[in-house]
Design a protein around this ligand. Structure first.
Ligand SMILES: NC(=O)c1ccc[n+]([C@@H]2O[C@H](COP(=O)([O-])OP(=O)(O)OC[C@H]3O[C@@H](n4cnc5c(N)ncnc54)[C@H](O)[C@@H]3O)[C@@H](O)[C@H]2O)c1
Length: 281
């Protein structure tokens, strides 16, 4: 006898909330228009003007001054603002049992904050998603960690203009804009890199979290006046074999300090979380 399967239509579009309408948040607001699995994008920013503009431009965007009243209907909170915002909003969303996608990953180098939010997520049965952001190879590294990893080295090469104000360089009398030849600014652990280069650390933090942690991940930071991209070279060795991945990032059109791929990676993660398929899980 022929079998008849009745498949219920459970997969309904969901609402998400995005914190920050800068380079990453605005890209999400724009692209959400074409993602059928997303119904509404609640957007908040300490600059109300920026969020209100996005509301005018994109049909799915609704500005909210406070995310707490809407948390009950939210599938996912996306932090795309700053480490301060992550410190403030992660505990609020997780306490309500809502999953969080975090872009300001550097905040997780703070061991106390990291263990607090990881514990909270477990207790509330919520998830913290860390997208690969501006670097390729995170998926392979996080798989490789199931066996002994001997070494993880991340070499980041940026043009002088990408460094901005770095107190650590100032204290050494180094002015990036005066650099004329390829110069190594830093070599050390991810933990030290995070301390010395607080604005350039998201990728280092993601690699540390995916692989062997902040103490064993080695970071090299190079300033090169000849390059125009932010380049991340990930190398790892272990029982799995070797990883050797170079990502050359074009700057985001809205914020040259942010690699465009970071915004695209957030979008890709949102698609996986809200949609029915997950490629590269
Ligand atoms: N994971 C990665 O690979 C990766 C790559 C690039 C950037 N980032 C990080 O993602 C975050 C967003 O990047 P961006 O380029 O979109 O930044 P951006 O500066 O273009 O925009 C940030 C927006 O967030 C808002 N904001 C900041 N703090 C806030 C707060 N406490 N409450 C509410 N709104 C707040 C600002 O007003 C601004 O509109 C940054 O922390 C950045 O370091 C991560």
């Amino acid at each position: 006898m022929e079998r008849v399967y009745i498949v219920p239509n459970h997969h309904l579009p969901v609402d998400i909330c995005v914190i920050g309408c800068g380079a990453i948040g605005a890209t999400i607001a724009r692209e959400a228009e074409d993602i059928p699995d997303i119904e509404t994008v609640y957007l908040t920013d300490r600059s109300q003007e920026c969020a209100a503009k996005a509301e005018e431009k994109f049909s799915k965007v609704r500005y909210v001054a406070d995310i707490v009243p809407i948390l009950t209907k939210i599938r996912l909170v996306v932090e795309a603002a700053s480490q301060d915002a992550a410190r403030y909003y992660l505990p609020i969303a997780l306490s309500a049992g809502v999953d969080v996608l975090i872009m300001s990953v550097g905040v997780l180098h703070d061991e106390e904050f990291q263990s607090d939010v990881f514990r909270l997520a477990r207790r509330k049965d919520a998830k913290i998603f860390v997208p690969s952001g501006a670097i390729g190879g995170v998926d392979a590294l996080s798989a490789a960690r199931f066996e002994d990893i001997e070494e993880v080295v991340l070499t980041t090469t940026k043009p002088p203009s990408a460094f901005g104000e770095v107190q650590y360089l100032k204290s050494k009398g180094i002015e990036p804009l005066e650099i004329r030849v390829r110069t190594t600014f830093f070599e050390g652990t991810a933990k030290e890199a995070v301390r010395h280069f607080p604005q350039n650390i998201n990728v280092a933090a993601t690699i540390a979290l995916a692989g062997v942690g902040f103490d064993r991940t080695r970071i090299r930071i190079i300033c090169d006046p000849q390059v125009t991209t932010n380049e991340h070279h990930l190398q790892a060795r272990g029982r799995f074999g070797e990883i050797d991945v170079v990502t050359r990032n074009a700057p985001s059109p809205r914020n040259p300090k942010t690699s465009y791929l970071a915004a695209l990676s957030a979008l890709s993660a949102i698609r996986k979380i809200t949609g029915p398929t997950w490629i590269g899980a």
